[in-house]
Design a protein around this ligand. Sequence first.
Ligand code: NAD
Ligand code: DAU
Length: 380
Amino acid sequence: MRRILITGGAGFIGANFVHYWRRTYPADHVVVLDSLTYAGNLANLQEAQGQPNFRFIRGDIRDYELVRNLLIEERLDTIVHFAAESHVDRSILGPDAFVETNIVGTHTLLKAAKSAWLDRGPAGAPSPHRFHQVSTDEVFGSLSPVAPPFTEETPYAPNSPYAASKAAADHLVRAYHQTYGLEVTISNCSNNYGPYQFPEKLIPLVLVNILEGRPLPIYGDGRNIRDWLYVEDHCRGIDCILQQGRVGECYAIGGDNEKSNIEIVELVCRLVDEKMASSATLRPRFPRAPAASGRSAKELITYVKDRPGHDRRYAIDGRKIKQALGFTAAESFATGIVKTIDWYLANEIWWRQVMDGSYRQWIDSQYGPRAESAVVSPRG
Ligand code: NAD
Ligand code: DAU
């Protein structure tokens, strides 16, 4: 039985991980530490609140005393560290928060873990523990169209302030293992999608913009490639690492699912159009969606100025976690994207509450006006 601290558990992947973990290991004690930034949302944890073996603490991972006391008082033996500033666009516009949370915050957690787990017991007898760092494939930089996918051996070459801050955090995690013997593992995962994702990231942004009849902004030529993984499969990958992963090792987790952004956007447009065409209840609920008046969501596609330093392609070679730990993704992209769309349709109140449009206007004001955009006509 584990006693587990989940940092960032009120965010997208963290909340999915909380639900996954509580379903899979109901006897485990779960503590969430989250400062509830714009991306953290207590509604994401509604199912768990008030349940036995679950505690939510609003607090900052940079608070050394808070983290150390929690580890000791709650007798926690595992940290799964999700808490981060996670959005690349925000890191371009304001990198300081990324340095603070992703680098200083991770270091504070490491210091507290070292103190609670390594320094308190009799010399030579650390208490059993694990620190798992949830990292990203963005630390590896950008692939050319023909390059082999990233592996655990790919050198770090981060391009955005976000990716650089995650890379720095990963190096600190590694250093605490090499220097102090802290028992760590690291996962580098590709792009996640699924329930509870904040609608600033591509898939939920496109989805809610279609429903609201707003432009679907495509950065640059739309041909940048990402490797998409359903969020619950990421959670299962982390579980495999916690159960069987070798201390000190890194594991790359991917979806074997490379798609260009324009492919993703056109697919979401088609699926939402089909759902609306076949549902008499959806059309009056979302009257501004093009399909409500028999048009295609593709007419909303709008090419805008590119993201500065925009990585061209990410892809993961996931053989290590598959062969060494037996990990396989349960969800295909075809099923995962439909589940995701259904979740956003069923949880309109959730996404209306988390977005008020001001962020998008801010991004537009930074990246240039829509005058630079070309509206793409629906095909066929
Ligand atoms: P998210 O932005 O949805 O959630 C981040 C959470 O961290 C929020 O709940 C926020 O309130 C919390 N947080 C932020 N700063 C904090 C602080 N100083 N103290 C305590 N809590 C704080 O992020 P996400 O998409 O769920 O990503 C989670 C982790 O997974 C991140 O470390 C990210 O780098 C990594 N990751 C994300 C993806 C992806 O596709 N989203 C892919 C690979 C890896
Ligand atoms: O690869 C893992 C990473 O995936 C995680 O580490 C990050 O936390 C997560 O945010 C995600 O980063 P990306 O930058 O790849 O995700 P995003 O959803 O922001 O963008 C996906 C692609 O879509 C990217 O090529 C940029 C493009 N895009 C994004 C937005 C928000 C657009 O074309 N238009 C948009 O409006």
